[in-house]
Design a binder for this molecule. Sequence first.
Ligand code: ADP
Length: 211
Amino acid sequence: MKLIFLGPPGAGKGTLAGLVSKEYDIPQISTGDIFRDAIKRETELGKKVKEIVGRGDLVPDDLTVSLVRERLGQPDAQGGYILDGFPRTIPQAAALEAFQSMDAVVNFTISDETVIGRLSGREVCKSCGAIYHVKNMPSKVKGICDKCGGALYTRPDDTLESITNRLEIYKKQTEPLVSYYRKKKLLRDIDSSKSPEDTLLQIRKVLGKPK
Ligand code: ADP
């Protein structure tokens, strides 16, 4: 199954991609995670994108597309995958379409207020990437990941300034993908304003049982 998870920052794409990846046994491919990992390891790519990602701007399309193209060529992606955070612009979607055909695009819908509330309290595990929220979904021990014991941190782009910028960019550059994929009859709308469990139930409904 080849899937795209589409939606504003903070809609829960990353959290749900983790759950769906386990359940359907397909890898989660997150461009945001790839960029953050490159920044952490201070690779050439990391140096190029560090400031862009910090501000919440988009990494140039050509760079992002070639990265995804390479990732989708890896052996573990041959039986399907979840694209989490890609495509984010019409040119990215067009480039993807030229070499891969998708089965469904899951569209996460949520209000701006809920998004801002979620992102301003988000915490992420440094080791395994699990996602928490100081109020809505706290870890059992403060600052420590329930799953692997790693340290939790706040993403440097989860400042109010960067969050506002990411939301604006989403509306201008990414939201046009909703009608793009609706026209292609690939779009499956889900309401992601409630709990991850509730969202997972809706995703199961629209995707059907894993094979
Ligand atoms: P969020 O959905 O919370 O904004 P992501 O982890 O998906 O965060 O992405 C973090 C950052 O990585 C983005 O703000 C952007 O700078 C960069 N990025 C991720 N995916 C893409 C993409 N498809 N095109 C361009 N930039 C991207």
